[in-house]
Design a protein around this ligand. Structure first.
Ligand code: FPP
Length: 252
């Protein structure tokens, strides 16, 4: 399938709502933790495939602000998996030139998790390859609140009243360096955005698969990119060929 992709039309930034770990486990009469453990393999596969394809940025939704409502033991499992992942995969991330970053209010995570995150950020900070954003304690609405507070702080430092435009907001987003996602993937068949990158996905192409996240494979990623390449992105304008037709019509 990779041969069918058009190299010049790859999404620059892919974002993924990894969903369905719990249902994957329930279907197998396993505890939810087993679903999260099985969810690490596709994380690894997707990162590796995106690196090989030359995707510039990948943003993975790993833990939302709302996920604190889950049982303590499940949350603990997620931290254990994240820490293990960071320790085991750091050499591979470095070898692939990945620049690891997080988005979200990460300071609220347990100190040991923050330490491993900081280490991975520092160790990969000089890399110039794919930017990997892992969303942790993330919520699109709280990101917008953080943006507004950042702008208010800027405004207080100025004498004259400050005018805010779209660019000023985009510059303050957690993902400012990565740009907006071109493609948003969601697994487990749910048609929701779940408070993810609310500002950034204004014009993202959305691709939903019924597959639960632990079953998501490189072939699914390639299928999503193929679907993306067939879309006509109009950003509120007209399809690519339409302007010339309009000109012809206007000149008649
Ligand atoms: C959603 O499934 C998944 C999560 C909330 C956690 C995602 C975590 C991983 C994939 C594991 C490790 C991550 C990294 C970055 C190493 P769900 O539990 O909401 O599933 P359900 O909707 O079926 O209950």
């Amino acid at each position: 399938m990779a041969q069918m992709l058009v190299p010049g039309r790859l999404p620059r930034h892919i974002a993924v709502i990894m969903d369905g770990n719990g249902r994957w486990a329930r279907k197998r009469l396993l505890p939810r933790a087993a679903g999260h453990r099985a969810g690490v393999r596709p994380v690894r596969e997707v990162i590796e495939a995106c690196c090989r394809l030359g995707i510039e940025a990948l943003t993975l939704y790993a833990f939302s602000v709302e996920n604190w409502k889950r049982p303590r033991a499940e949350i603990q499992t997620l931290w254990v998996l994240l820490r293990r992942y960071l320790r085991q995969e750091l050499p591979e991330l470095k070898a692939n030139g990945v620049r690891f970053q997080t988005i979200g209010r990460v300071d609220a995570l347990p100190q040991a998790v923050c330490d491993d995150i900081d280490n991975a950020i520092v160790e990969t900070s000089a890399n110039t390859g794919m930017r990997l954003n892992v969303a942790l304690n993330y919520s699109g609405r709280s990101e917008i609140v953080d943006v507004v507070n950042g702008l208010l702080r800027q405004s207080h430092r100025r004498e004259a009243p400050m005018q805010v435009d779209e660019a000023a907001i985009s510059d303050q987003l957690y993902t400012a360096d990565a740009g907006d996602p071109d493609l948003l993937i969601r697994t487990s068949g749910e048609y929701r955005v779940s408070n993810f990158l609310l500002w950034q996905i204004a014009y993202s192409e959305i691709w939903v698969t019924d597959r639960y996240w632990p079953d998501f494979r490189t072939t699914d990623l390639l299928e999503s990119i193929l679907a993306y390449q067939k879309r006509s992105r109009r950003f509120g304008g007209l399809p690519d060929e339409a302007p010339s037709r309009q000109l012809v019509a206007a000149s008649k």
